[in-house]
Design a protein. Structure first.
Length: 289
């Protein structure tokens, strides 16, 4: 009898656990957002209208105070994968099968749809240099030439991002050696790691150190001379440009809205995204009305 009771209790616990994981189509939305300084957040709030000018003409980020603020792309992915009611946003190139990418205005979050002009939420991936690229070391200049070459932009495309520029052929620099320190955006980091790996396969005497932080830290560290190259997953701000930093677009990337795999929401408008992130829509049921 005790064994039967134990089995019954175990089954009930399993059923309860499974029920707790079920998506509630009328339940509250868990809003996941990135930290201040994130280039992905900066681009996202601008492109979706979450950021708006106040009466004095100053830009204000109206992200709801109820949002859970997390650091880094991987943390957004983990948070949304663990919460059936959650919504978040990440670099499109980082989208994986642990979460579901939501269509925006009927368009799937793919590089092809960004190029076609049907997916509306996308931004540039920028490198940031204090002064001009030509003022940097020879090895830094050569790495930049590789990134913008046909070989480098092929790496960009294979990583799921959108290539830019004329893509000239890369001519190997004989005797390339030295160290390059790159740092900044967690969204740009994955493709930068692949670019560095491909470059070092050709120039094995060059060391490339990549420091992951966020866009604002990357740009500031480039201005301060801590980094040879800063990384930003957004356009550079006027206040940054005024300090003598030069931007260089190396790729374009969509921003994907993601939900839990159990979530039945498949498509949102840009206006619905804005309403969710400013707190005007707080439950999944409101989207069906």
């Amino acid at each position: 009898m005790k064994k039967i009771l134990s089995v019954v209790l175990s089954v009930m616990m399993i059923i309860t656990a499974v029920s707790a994981l079920a998506f509630d189509a009328a339940g509250d939305i868990t809003v996941i957002s990135r930290e201040d300084g994130s280039g992905t957040r900066g681009a996202f709030v601008e492109l979706t209208g979450v950021e708006a000018k106040d009466a004095d003409g100053n830009k204000v980020d109206h992200t709801t105070l109820d949002a859970e603020i997390v650091n880094g792309t991987s943390t957004v992915l983990t948070s949304v994968a663990a919460d059936v009611q959650a919504i978040g946003y990440i670099s499109m190139g980082s989208l994986n099968d642990t979460v579901k990418g939501v269509k925006i205005e009927g368009a799937e979050p793919t590089a092809e749809n960004v190029v076609a002009g049907t997916y509306p939420i996308f931004r540039p991936f920028n490198l940031a240099f204090l002064g001009s690229v030509e003022e940097k070391s020879v090895v830094v200049q050569d790495f930049v030439k590789f990134i913008l070459s046909d070989q480098g932009q092929k790496v960009v495309e294979e990583a799921g991002y959108i290539a830019v520029g004329d893509k000239p052929a890369y001519e190997t620099m004989e005797g390339a050696e030295g160290k390059i320190v790159v740092g900044g955006s967690s969204s740009v980091t994955p493709v930068m790691e692949k670019l560095a790996e491909a470059y070092k396969a050709i120039n094995d005497k060059v060391e490339i150190e990549i420091q992951l932080s966020d866009s604002s830290t990357g740009v500031t560290s480039a201005i301060d001379g801590v980094l040879d190259i800063g990384m930003a997953s957004r356009a550079l701000k006027d206040s940054e440009l005024e300090k003598g930093v030069t931007p260089l677009v190396i790729a374009n990337d969509g921003i994907a809205l993601i939900v839990n795999l159990e979530n039945t929401c498949d498509d949102l408008t840009v206006e619905q995204v804005r309403q969710i992130y400013v707190g005007e829509i707080t439950s999944w049921g409101e989207l069906a009305n």
